[in-house]
Ligand binder design. Structure first.
Ligand SMILES: *[C@@H]1O[C@H](CO)[C@@H](O)[C@H](O)[C@H]1NC(C)=O
Ligand SMILES: *[C@@H]1O[C@H](CO)[C@@H](O)[C@H](O)[C@H]1NC(C)=O
Length: 109
């Protein structure tokens, strides 16, 4: 499951790099932070055992796709015992209408 999410993220990142239309986001932009907090909240909703607390956006890109704007963000969140980094992809179909495409911890291995 985690591995599949990671593969999906890599595929999407390479795909967006290939189209060469991705723009780096401002990690302090309130809209970007809203996207990131949505991702964490949605992940917690989908995983009842998860109690992640959003900390900050580390980096990210956005690009316009057929069905909206896709945000690929790296964020940090606290899982109750430590801070970890996560890669997430959120699609904003229309203003503030978000859906979580992928969310996976970044391996420190
Ligand atoms: C939090 O993350 C750390 C490091 O990945 C892990 O060792 C720990 O088990 C996690 N704790 C919870 C409550 O998920
Ligand atoms: C958000 O998107 C979903 C799925 O495409 C749609 O059913 C819903 O009506 C949308 N909500 C708003 C507020 O646009």
């Amino acid at each position: 499951m985690r591995f599949q999410s990671l593969v999906l993220i890599l595929v999407v990142l390479f795909a967006s790099a290939a189209t060469n239309q991705a723009d780096f986001v401002d990690v302090n932009d309130p809209h970007v932070i809203e996207v990131a907090t949505f991702a964490v909240t949605e992940y917690n909703n989908q995983h009842t055992e998860a109690k992640l607390v959003f900390e900050k956006v580390i980096s990210g890109v956005s690009n316009v796709v057929d069905d909206g704007t896709r945000y690929s963000l790296t964020l940090s969140a606290n899982n109750g015992s430590s801070s970890n980094n996560y890669d997430t992809i959120v699609l904003e179909k229309s203003s503030k209408n978000f859906s979580l495409i992928a969310f996976a911890p970044i391996s420190h291995a």
